[in-house]
Design a protein around this ligand. Structure first.
Ligand SMILES: Cc1ncc(C[n+]2csc(CCOP(=O)(O)OP(=O)(O)O)c2C)c(N)n1
Ligand SMILES: [Mg+2]
Length: 739
């Protein structure tokens, strides 16, 4: 196999030396607002990007570099970078090294050559990810780290753009500079991904509603995605006539034209606070990544023709054609930067690497933020805000209303808290949990979003980047899956890939879990948490009753605000309106609301233990706790079994110590889990008991069947029931059934 990188390199040296340069439009740099010096700087950035690609392949062959998806052919993005401001937060395509290098020129003291080599070679001194991944990112340069999932950064870029206008409307200081714009680049194949389509749609939807959306989308069109060609004119035809989206196009091989058009596009976005789509034509050199054999899907003639259009040759043609540099000077820059890269590489490969699991994992949990606790809201203001609801606070209430009041108090105390979700506005959500909040706090703090879970979570991440504390809502647990990657691949990884320099705190409210009688079927009663259980660093809270729901929500917001955590707050729908426990009108599942001043905090990880019995310990949560409390009464009253029922409350991470301590004195342990057997928390609870108790009690678990939830009267047939718990407990404790 021929080494195409070497061929492109040799071609460059040879063709520049003999003046065999491609035809390129000799635009006047002054007309484009570009000085000769600035054009030389862009060329230098392009060269550094190229030389880093070349060395990365050489180092990989030596086992010293670990990622060879490069930027070669895309170096035109250096000119786009030159047209933007340092403050314009940039979410980059993985081929945008030249963009980053050029941006570094806007801030004295930057060392992109050294830094990027550290990243390629996975050194723990890599200033952005500390050796965890080859990412393009820099805190100082306002470039959050981005790795490789196609288009997954678009929703959060749209969220960040939205956050700029929101900050202005709400007088929020924010972390992103006020008159900046958001930059977001991606490839021509990526543009087809539903995540990209959804994000661009969300941007256009916002503009249609006359909401500010200062975002510059840049499609770097090299006409191929790995091996699949993009049909001719597909990108142009799809995006040049999109309502609410201004289309710009440039030849990314020509740095002056690219700069000129990028400046025009950026000016448009900045002035109109509206989105633009810059379509940059470019090429891809040396295949998709190091291991890609292009000849398996592309003709040699096509490869040769593409390589002949090397953007560095085009830049050489501009610089020499305009008399800015001689061909000797063009080559001198190319060689000088190449030698510097090679010299630096020999030093960089000796820099330290991550070694232990502890070192790798040290950035999963973000650094706490230096923020004071929320100020207490004057009583008068509170009373005014709650109005006629104040007297009703004297009465015990069900969980839905208590969560509503807790949200209300949190929004009064923390102006940076923003609610966002489908139908949460005037309707107050499907179950009324956000009732009246839209009236009281207005559409900017209680945002009725469009129907797209990816956009909702992208909005939350973007808001988090700008110093808000978002509380996004996913209408039903089943629909989290439509947006899972925004949580799993994006939000949860940000601290990890940025060595705790970037965070996107949030409290994601999700209505879920089974047992709804009236409104059923699987998707409204999804009882699977597996997808949330293995995401490093996130927290999952699940209250079973209103009093806990209030205190746990406060703790979740504290964790997000003060500790920058990503928290999932799972609300058991079937218990929203539940009032009674053992008998009709006993009101035992209602609670009095505790205003913030009288809060009885529930700490992160702390379970609730009902009872002190030692015959049987039931470990459970959510609806399982409710049913277990009913079952416990029967087991105690009729069967004289002394019981404790543990409401775990925090499902991720599980508090192993507390679980073991609660179970230890008991002779029997029953785990009651309403989730599907496979992947349910019961698996880990069982393991915790096995691993942490020296003398094991007799242990059993009952879970939901590995089945979807049916509609109608059979709605609970696959789930744990009160009687099922009684039966399992009796069998476990070796007692016959008495009635
Ligand atoms: C969601 C997702 N699916 C698949 C991939 C694997 N993948 C990586 S790059 C790529 C092609 C992207 O092509 P394009 O958007 O044109 O960017 P280019 O590499 O050409 O610059 C694919 C399919 C991925 N990273 N993410
Ligand atoms: Mg492509």
């Amino acid at each position: 196999m021929q080494d195409r990188a070497k061929i492109v390199h040799d071609n460059f040296l040879r063709r520049v030396a003999v003046g065999d340069l491609p035809d390129t439009r000799l635009c006047d740099p002054a007309e484009a607002g570009l000085s000769a010096q600035a054009l030389v700087e862009i060329y230098e950035s392009q060269v550094l990007s190229r030389r880093l690609d070349l060395i990365s392949r050489i180092l990989q062959a030596r086992g010293e570099s670990f990622y060879t998806i490069g930027s070669s052919g895309h170096e035109g993005n250096a000119a786009i970078s030159a047209a933007l401001r340092l403050e314009d937060m940039a979410f980059l395509h993985y081929r945008d090294a030249a963009f980053l290098i050029q941006r570094a020129k806007k801030l004295p003291g930057q060392t992109p050559l050294w830094d990027m080599l550290l990243s390629f070679t996975a050194s723990s001194e890599d200033p952005i990810s500390a050796g965890r991944h080859k990412v393009l990112g820099s805190k100082a340069l306002n470039i959050p780290p981005q790795t490789s999932t196609i288009a997954s950064h678009l929703p959060k870029a749209v969220g960040a753009a939205f956050s700029l206008g929101l900050a202005e409307r709400l007088g929020h200081a924010g972390k992103i500079a006020k008159d900046s714009i958001i930059y977001c680049s991606f490839g021509d194949a990526s543009v087809n991904h539903s995540t990209a389509v959804g994000a661009i749609n969300a941007a256009c939807w916002s503009v249609h509603k006359r909401v500010d959306m200062p975002i510059l989308f840049v499609c770097e069109d090299n006409e191929i995605g790995i091996s699949t060609p993009t049909p001719k004119n597909w990108v142009r035809n799809t995006y040049s006539n999109r309502a609410g989206l201004r289309y710009f196009q440039c030849d990314g091989l020509n740095a002056i034209e690219t700069y000129m058009v990028a400046r025009e596009a950026a000016d448009f976005v900045r002035t109109h606070k509206a989105p633009a789509f810059l379509h940059m034509d470019c090429i891809r050199l040396f295949g998709h990544a190091g291991a890609d054999v292009q000849t398996s899907y592309m003709s040699q003639a096509k490869i040769d023709a593409t390589e002949a259009q090397d953007p560095l040759l085009h830049s050489a043609a501009l610089l020499t054609g305009l008399g800015i540099l001689t061909s000797g000077q063009v080559l001198e820059i190319y060689n000088r930067i190449g030698e510097r890269v090679e010299r630096a590489a020999e030093h960089v490969i000796k820099r330290p690497k991550l070694r232990t699991a502890q070192e790798v994992m040290s950035s999963i949990v973000p650094l706490p933020a230096d923020v004071p606790p929320p100020a207490s809201v004057p009583q008068k203001e509170r009373e005014q805000s709650f109005g006629r609801e104040i007297p009703t606070m004297e009465q015990p209430q069900h969980m839905a209303r208590l969560i509503n009041w807790a949200l209300h108090d949190l929004m009064l105390a923390c102006p940076e808290v923003i609610l966002a979700g489908e139908d949460i506005g005037p309707k107050g959500g499907v179950y009324g949990v956000t009732t009246k909040l839209h009236d009281r706090f207005g559409p900017h703090r209680v945002i009725n979003t469009l129907l797209d879970e990816q956009s909702i979570l992208g909005l939350a991440i973007g808001l988090g980047h700008n110093g808000f504390i978002p509380i996004p809502e996913i209408q039903f647990l089943a629909y989290l899956h439509n947006a899972e990657d925004q949580l799993r691949g994006e939000a949860a990884t940000l601290s990890f890939f940025s060595s705790r320099q970037y965070t996107n705190p949030m409290v994601m409210r999700i209505a879920g879990l089974p047992y709804q009688r009236g409104f059923g079927g699987h998707f409204h009663n999804d009882n699977a948490l597996a997808v949330l259980r293995d995401i490093p660093g996130i927290i999952v809270a699940c209250p079973s009753n209103g009093a806990d729901a209030v205190e746990m929500l406060r703790e979740c917001v504290r964790l997000a605000r003060e500790e920058q955590r990503i928290v999932v707050y799972l609300e058991p729908i079937a218990l929203y309106m539940t009032r009674d426990l053992h008998a009709e009108k006993d009101g035992l599942w209602t609670s009095h609301y505790t205003p913030p001043a009288q809060a009885k905090p529930v700490a992160f990880g702390e379970p609730h233990i009902h009872g002190k019995g030692k015959d049987l310990c039931i470990l459970t949560y959510g609806n399982g706790y409710y049913l277990s409390r009913q079952a416990a009464k029967i087991l105690e009253d009729i069967h004289k079994i002394k019981i404790r029922v543990v409401d775990l409350r925090w499902l991720v991470p599980l508090n192993a110590q507390a679980i073991a301590a609660a179970a230890k004195p008991c002779s029997h342990v029953l785990i009651v889990d309403e989730c599907r057997r496979s992947g349910s928390p019961s698996e880990e609870i069982m393991t915790i008991l096995m691993e942490n108790l020296e003398t094991l009690p007799k242990i059993k678990r009952i879970t939901a069947e590995d089945c979807f939830i049916p509609l109608g009267r059979a709605f609970a047939s696959t789930l744990p029931s009160r009687d099922g718990i009684v039966e399992a407990a009796l069998a476990l404790c070796g007692k016959g059934k008495k009635r």
